[in-house]
Write a protein that binds this ligand. Structure first.
Ligand code: ADP
Ligand code: MG
Length: 531
């Protein structure tokens, strides 16, 4: 899809005008990040007060309109799917049990669930803020094949960039650049109000959080306490303005007090009431005499083993999980997002997708979800696993695959020709092999665009990754065998389920990792085109 006329040519004066608009608008509107220590060393900014523009594309990237609509149209069914998985404790158990010996992190997460289950859950509601990530795929075997979407991964914890994605759409859109003279007249053919969709992500996510907050009900304390939402975060956090876009909206639109609590201070700053309600109480350090009751815990930390440096960190996760606050996500929802679950759904011939969705979705919708899967295999002793080991150890076939450990957060994948040598370093330890999945590579068409990051313009061939957000609030049916009863209800136990906006991330086509925060890509917005 490299289109010679896109992005439009910009004379140097026009490009510098465009850049000054991007720089100033970004800071004015919080399309910003805190710089890394490498870029601005501590001695230059000891109080870490400086912020810089978030990496963005100069132009919205061309994206096939039909793929964009399809990704959004199937998100509610994807939400149903992951709510159903999170609720099915028996199914998750047999997945997790296969990972426990090989993956300490998964084992510890599962342990938190077991501990709370022993005592009994006091909160039956779970909130999911999901993001399903896709790349465009064209079947190389078929002439003039149409573009389709293929899923990269499904995120169930700390699905980030919702705040910045709304802003980059505003920047590129008629609200700003396209209504100034910063884009040349020749760009109007592509960039116009019909081709740049409104991006409702920030409002949709906070609307879902506010919905969960009110579903929590009135204070369970006596005397009643004011309610609040708690963001669990890491410090320092370079992507803080993305998070603040959400907390600001919760405070200004919904008047919900919202606080940021570093993961490392959970046990210090929160406590649980000693009665059977197990209410989570929070005293802000700046106002130790005031006490809030936490309605919703929103995790923007806790997805990586590095967030758990000590046994106390696991105590802290358990402490939150056993409380009455609604968790976004619950431990079981977090586990449902593991790459192993994605593999179980997408291994050729797997019955699980249909089993999970047949009650709530049509056969057509189930097919549309399945069409987004690429083949994903375990590396174990099953027939599929043995087939995968053959594919992965031969350089001529491994070139079409990516090997992933059960980890979130970027930087962990092994690609193509490097897979056989990597597996050789694992030796005969089959347990280590089993902690990975093998996934067919998606090869999206390359486009041209320019990226502005850390004050420099990079220009060249890029590829995009589209994320679709989903918000879902459901009952787990804790206390019922396997959560079955709530799941059997006509609504599948679901109280709220919405597609919640989108994110386009764009990276150089040569780089292998797409995370903007990881330092390789930019936030972008789609400029829809018909194929
Ligand atoms: P993480 O949990 O680290 O975000 P991902 O599964 O999203 O893990 O992989 C990180 C990046 O690797 C993705 O953003 C994408 O750019 C690339 N990637 C992952 N899977 C594939 C695939 N099957 N084909 C092509 N690129 C992939
Ligand atoms: Mg990812």
């Amino acid at each position: 899809m490299v289109t010679s006329s896109y992005p439009p040519e910009t004379a140097p004066e026009l490009e510098s005008y465009l850049l000054s608009n991007i720089k100033d608008w970004s800071i004015l509107n919080g399309l910003a990040v805190r710089p890394s220590i490498d870029l601005i060393p501590l001695d230059v900014d000891p109080s870490r007060s400086l912020a810089i523009t978030a990496p963005v594309t100069l132009f919205p990237s061309l994206f096939p309109s039909a793929c964009f609509s399809e990704a959004r149209a199937i998100q509610q069914a994807y939400n149903e799917l992951y709510a159903a998985i999170a609720r099915d404790r028996e199914w998750l158990k047999q997945i997790v049990e296969r990972l426990i010996e090989v993956d300490d992190f998964i084992a510890k997460l599962w342990n938190v669930h077991l501990e709370v289950e022993k005592e009994g859950y006091v909160q039956d509601l779970s909130l999911g803020i999901f993001r399903s990530d896709y790349m465009i795929h064209k079947d190389p075997e078929v002439r003039d094949a149409k573009s389709t979407i293929k899923q990269v991964e499904f995120n169930t914890i700390a699905s980030s960039f919702g705040g910045l994605s709304t802003k980059v759409s505003q920047l590129h859109s008629g609200r700003y650049l396209n209504s100034t003279t910063a884009y040349p007249p020749s760009s109007k053919e592509h960039i116009n109000s019909a081709s740049l969709p409104e991006n409702p992500t920030t409002d949709s996510l906070t609307n879902g959080m506010a919905f969960a907050h009110s579903a929590y009900g009135p204070s369970k304390s006596s005397p009643e306490l004011p309610l609040c939402i708690l963001f669990i975060v890491t410090i320092p956090e370079s992507n803080i303005f993305d998070q603040l876009a959400l907390s600001a909206s919760l405070q200004t639109t919904y008047s919900i007090p919202t606080f940021r609590l570093p993961f490392s201070l959970i046990l210090d700053k929160t406590s649980i009431s000693t009665d059977e309600n197990r209410v989570l109480l929070y005293s802000p350090p700046h106002s130790p005499d005031s006490v809030y009751e936490v309605s919703l815990i929103y995790f923007r930390a806790g997805y990586s083993p590095s967030h758990y440096p000590s046994p106390a960190s696991w105590q802290a996760r358990l402490h939150l999980e056993r409380s009455a606050a609604i968790k976004c996500p619950s431990i079981l929802t977090h586990l449902a997002g593991s790459k192993k679950v994605q593999q179980e759904l997408a291994t050729p011939g797997s019955p699980h997708l249909t089993n999970f969705l047949s009650r709530t979705s049509s056969a057509d919708m189930i097919d549309r979800i399945r069409n987004t899967f690429t083949a994903i295999y375990p590396l174990d002793a099953t027939p599929e696993g043995k087939h995968a080991i053959t594919l992965a150890t031969d350089p001529s076939t491994s070139a079409n695959y990516v090997l992933k450990p059960q980890r979130e957060g970027g930087g962990n994948n092994i690609y193509g020709s490097k897979i056989p040598a990597f597996l050789a370093t694992l030796g005969d330890d089959r347990q280590k092999w089993r902690s990975h999945i093998l996934m067919e590579l998606i090869r999206p068409p390359t486009l041209r665009n320019k990226i502005f990051r850390n004050g420099e313009v990079q220009s060249g061939e890029v590829i995009g990754e589209l994320g679709i957000y989903g918000v879902c609030l459901w009952r787990n049916g804790h206390g019922e065998a396997g959560g079955k009863k709530a799941g059997d209800a006509k609504d599948g136990g679901v109280l709220e389920n919405r597609e919640a906006g989108f994110l386009l991330r764009t990276k150089g086509s040569e780089s292998e990792e797409g995370g903007v925060a990881a330092g390789f890509g930019a936030v972008d917005s789609p400029c829809l085109v018909d194929e």
